[in-house]
Write a protein that binds this ligand. Structure first.
Ligand code: ACO
Length: 446
C-alpha cells in the first residue's frame, strides 16, 4: 500500500467512519483525516464504564502511522522516493551529500552563504577527543565495526553533557553538526583499528566524502587523492541512504528520543537497529550469501532452495517498495561505473546471475520481490575493497542526517509524547506464589 502526501496540518474534513459495535448495538462516528483514523478515537467504544475501550492491534506497525512528517515521501507501489519534495533521482548526482543533509534538516535547500557556513561548521568539528580514540582502541582486533560505532557514538554523549538541553535550539544545532562531523571519523577509526593501522586525523581541506576516504585509506602520502570514481560513488550512496521515512532504525531514534534523551544516545539506538540483518545488515548478508553460493553453477539450486522456504534471497524484497526500489536503479548504474573502473570478479558475476534468474522467476515476480538498494550497494563496497562487515557502517554514516532530522521533527511536534505502545496481555491471570525451592528458603529470610 502506498502512503499519501499530505499537508503539514491535519485536513479539516467531514469524512468519517461509522462503526457499529455488535457487543452493544451502539454506532460510533470516527473522523477520517489524511486517509487515517485516530486509534485513540476508538477508546470511546466500550462495553461498560470500566472497560478500557477498544484498541488497535498492529504488530510491527504494518498499518499504523506513528507521526506526521514533512521530510521524506515514499510511494512504494510507484517506486517514488522524495526528500522534502525533491525526487531522489534529481538529488543523486546533482546535489552534494551535505546539501542534502541541510535540506533534510531545514526543509529547504541552502543558499550559497548558508551552504558555505554549514560545510565549514561540519568540516571544523570532524576531530574527536583523543579519549574516544583510546576508547575505540580498547576493542578486540576482530570487533564488528558496527559494535564500535554504537559504542563510540553513545560515548560521545558523555563528552557533550550540554547536548541534554534538547529544547535549546543552539544546543540542537551544535549537536547535529557534531554528529554529522564526527560519525565518519569514528567510522574510519573503527576501520583502521580492525586493520591494525594507525588512525588518520581528518583533513579539513578535503570534501566530506574525500576526507572519509582519506581517513580510511591514507598511508604515508602527505596528501591523499581519492579515486574520483570512488568519491562520486560514496557521495551518491550517502545521498541515497540519507533518509527513508519511518524505517526500523528511524523509528528506534524517534522512540528513544521521545524519552528526551540527548541526540547522541538516540542516534546510537538507531545504529543498533540498523545493525540487524533484516535492515542495514542486509548488504553484508548479500555478500555472505554470494560467497556461500561459491560458483555460478550453484545459482539455480540456490534459488530453488529459497523458493522452498530454505532461507531468503538477501537484498531482495522490501516492506514498502512493492516495485523496483528507486534507489536500486540509481545504484545499479553506479555499480556499472565502479565495475568498469575496477573490473568484475567471480562474486560479482554470481550476483548478476542471481539477479537475472530472480527477476524472471514467477516466485519473485508474484510476490513483488525486486532487488532493494542493499543488493547492489554491497557489490559496490566490495569492488571498492571495503570488508564485508563494514558495509552497514557505510549505511549508518549518511543515515545520521535523516535520523537527526526525524529526531528534531519529533521533538518539535506538539502531538508527540513518550513512545509507549499498549499490549494485549496473554499471560496467566492472578495466581498465588508458594515458596517451594530450597535455595529460596536458604537465601530469602523474612
Ligand atoms: N527471499 C525470498 N522470499 C522472500 C523474500 C526474500 N528476500 N522476502 C520476502 N519473501 C517472501 C516471504 O517468504 C513471503 O512469502 P509467502 O507469502 O509465500 O509466505 C512473502 O515474500 C512476503 O514476505 P514478508 O516477510 O511478509 O515481507 P515483509 O514486507 O515483512 O519483509 C523484508 C520485508 C524484511 C525486507 C523481506 O523482504 C526480507 O527479509 N528481505 C531480505 C532481507 C533484506 O534484503 N533486507 C533489506 C531491506 S532494505 C533496507 O532495510 C534498507
Amino acid at each position: 500500500m502506498s502512503t499519501t502526501a499530505t499537508s503539514q496540518t491535519p485536513q479539516a474534513t467531514t469524512d468519517s467512519l461509522e462503526i457499529r459495535d455488535s457487543r452493544t448495538g451502539t454506532t460510533y462516528t470516527v473522523p477520517i483525516a489524511d486517509g487515517t483514523i485516530r486509534t485513540s478515537d476508538l477508546r470511546q467504544i466500550r462495553v461498560n464504564e470500566s472497560d478500557f475501550g477498544l484498541m488497535g492491534y498492529d504488530p510491527a506497525f504494518m498499518n499504523t502511522a506513528s507521526c506526521r512528517s514533512a521530510i521524506t515521501y515514499i510511494d512504494g507501489d510507484a517506486g517514488i522516493l522524495r526528500y522534502r519534495g525533491y525526487p531522489i533521482e534529481q538529488l543523486a548526482g546533482k546535489a552534494s551529500f551535505l546539501e542534502v543533509a541541510y535540506l533534510l534538516r531545514n526543509g529547504e535547500l541552502p543558499d550559497q552563504k548558508e551552504y558555505d557556513r554549514w560545510v565549514h561548521d561540519i568540516t571544523f568539528h570532524t576531530y574527536v577527543h583523543e579519549n574516544i580514540k583510546r576508547f575505540l582502541e580498547g576493542f578486540r582486533y576482530d570487533a564488528h565495526p558496527m559494535s564500535m560505532m554504537v559504542a563510540g557514538v553513545a560515548a560521545l554523549s558523555s563528552f557533550y553533557p550540554e547536548a541534554k538541553d534538547i529544547f535549546d535550539k543552539r544546543q540542537r544545532d551544535i549537536s547535529i553538526i557534531r554528529l554529522l562531523a564526527k560519525v565518519p571519523t569514528i567510522a574510519a577509526y573503527a576501520y583502521r583499528h580492525v586493520k591494525g593501522l594507525p588512525c588518520i586525523y581528518p583533513d579539513n581541506d578535503l570534501s566530506y566524502s574525500e576526507n572519509f576516504l582519506s581517513m580510511i585509506a591514507r598511508m604515508s602520502e602527505s596528501k591523499y587523492e581519492a579515486n574520483p570514481v570512488f568519491t562520486k560513488a560514496i557521495e551518491i550512496l550517502f545521498i541515497l541512504h540519507a533518509d527513508h521515512e519511518q524505517n526500523c532504525s528511524t523509528n528506534a531514534v524517534r522512540a528513544v528520543g521521545s524519552s528526551h534523551v540527548d541526540p547522541f544516545s538516540a542516534v546510537a539506538a538507531g545504529i543498533s537497529a540498523l545493525y540487524g540483518p533484516l535492515h542495514g545488515g542486509a548488504n553484508e548478508q548479500v555478500l555472505r550469501m554470494i560467497s556461500e553460493i561459491g560458483d555460478m553453477k550453484n545459482v539455480p539450486a540456490f534459488v530453488e532452495s529459497v523458493k522452498q522456504g530454505k532461507g531468503r534471497l538477501m537484498g531482495f524484497g522490501h516492506r514498502v517498495y512493492k516495485s523496483y526500489d528507486p534507489r536500486a536503479k540509481i545504484v545499479k548504474k553506479l555499480a556499472d561505473e565502479v565495475f568498469a573502473s575496477v573490473g568484475m570478479d567471480k562474486d560479482l558475476e554470481i550476483a548478476m546471475e542471481l539477479e537475472r534468474i530472480a527477476l524472471s522467476d514467477d516466485y519473485f515476480i508474484s510476490r513483488k520481490l525486486y532487488p532493494n538498494v542493499d543488493f547492489y550497494t554491497g557489490l559496490i563496497y566490495r569492488a571498492m575493497k571495503f570488508p564485508t562487515d563494514y558495509f552497514t557502517v557505510l549505511f549508518a554514516i549518511p543515515r545520521v542526517a535523516g535520523w537527526l532530522s526525524q529526531w528534531e521533527e519529533m521533538l518539535l511536534d506538539k502531538e508527540q509524547k513518550i513512545a509507549r505502545p499498549r499490549q494485549i496481555y496473554t499471560g496467566y491471570d492472578e495466581r498465588p506464589f508458594t515458596p517451594a525451592l530450597d535455595y529460596r528458603k536458604k537465601l530469602v529470610k523474612f
